[in-house]
Design a protein around this ligand. Structure first.
Ligand SMILES: Cc1ncc(COP(=O)(O)O)c(C=O)c1O
Length: 348
């Protein structure tokens, strides 16, 4: 007999991309940044490890980190909340806004975790399919009945496409609920929706250090929203949801924008080579605004995935209802992408 709540027993649970421990793969499956993080991150964390401060609890409201992030984004610190990775931010938002039976909506194909979070709340997850131009307009959400939260990954995963701030503003105006603009890949894009938080009271922007800042192992993210929303979210989060090391490391990372600009340029250059190489092999690749590309059509995804795996190259095989399986490939270093492209040419 199970003691779990019925809806917990019924759900599958989120399956993250493979994190192999036993073989040395070229790992292009979970959109990690291939370059080491800024040196400033370790420099900021080291004194904390050495001077005994870890015996104390961290600042529950991440004051210094929030001040730094606020300055960068030109908002007041009261507009920011930190989280243990942006997945923590998404969890807090879902728990704050939706309960059993409520509608949680999202554009699909999109980030799979949104559905898991909805299942955890015993909410009803409703999919709004992306049209061919990868832009959800007010006309696409007419069928939604009283949604409590709408998730939009922008840039989107797995497609790498982006909606313009103007289009996101229109969507926000048409929605009767918070619109969470998940900018996990925002550091690789040339536009973002942070200014919409000021003009549109229902827009909440979520950010992470896992991709642009090369700190997936540290677990830090944050969201930007109006102060009254942040005040409500603070009631939902764990008191000490971010540890002292990640807050110090994240603050240092934000202060080293030079590192971000340099690293991003390298990723952009390699992304262009990866996209044209994969397109030559017959894949249809929407223009990517992130650190990965999405390959639909072309040679069969499952077979190519298996053949790459046999050669110790790991990419992500993605299956969405109503679509052919497709491959999502993270932009690695130049040598990694050279190895991938020659393996692909051999396989295909
Ligand atoms: C769209 C999107 N949002 C959020 C996340 C979560 O990032 P993290 O919890 O590492 O900040 C990911 C991770 O892959 C993602 O793809």
């Amino acid at each position: 007999m199970s003691h779990f709540l019925k809806h917990i027993d019924a759900m599958t649970g989120y399956v993250p991309g493979e994190q192999p421990r036993d073989r040395t793969f070229i790992k292009l499956n979970t959109n990690e940044n291939p370059y080491p993080p800024s040196q400033k991150v370790a420099e900021a964390m080291m004194p904390i490890l050495l001077d005994g401060r870890l015996r104390l609890y961290p600042d529950p409201v991440a004051s210094e980190f929030r001040r730094t992030a606020a300055e960068l984004h030109e908002v007041d610190p009261s507009w920011i909340m930190a989280g243990n990775g942006s997945d923590d931010i998404l969890t807090i938002l879902t728990r704050a806004f939706a309960g059993p039976g409520d509608v949680i909506a999202s554009a699909q194909p999109g980030y799979i975790l949104y559905e898991t979070l909805s299942d955890l709340q015993n909410a009803k997850f409703e999919i709004v399919p992306f049209p061919v131009n990868w832009t959800i307009g007010p006309e696409h959400i007419i069928g939604l009945k009283n949604p409590k939260i709408f998730y939009l990954a922008n840039p989107n995963s797995p497609s790498g496409t982006i909606m313009t701030p103007e289009a996101v503003a229109q969507l926000a105006e048409a929605l009767p609920c918070p619109l969470v603009v998940d900018e996990a890949y925002g550091d690789f894009a040339t536009t973002n929706c942070i200014s919409l938080v000021k003009s549109h009271p229902n827009v909440i922007v979520s950010r992470t250090f896992s991709k642009g800042y090369s700190l997936a192992g540290l677990r830090l993210g944050y969201c930007i929203a109006r102060p009254e929303i942040i005040a409500g979210l603070n009631k939902v989060k764990d008191s000490y949801n971010c540890d002292m090391l990640s807050l110090a490391g994240g603050t240092a990372a934000l202060l080293d924008q030079e590192w971000l600009i340099e690293t991003r340029q390298k990723i952009w250059n390699t992304r262009a080579r990866l996209s044209s190489g994969a397109a030559e092999l017959g894949y249809l690749i929407p223009e990517s605004h992130a650190n990965f590309i999405w390959c639909e059509g072309g040679p069969p995804a499952q077979e190519v995935y298996d053949a790459l795996r046999d050669r110790d190259i790991l990419v992500r095989l993605m299956k969405y209802p109503g679509r052919e399986p497709a491959l999502r490939i993270t932009v690695g270093t130049d040598p990694q992408i050279d190895a991938l492209l020659s393996a692909l040419a051999e396989i295909v």
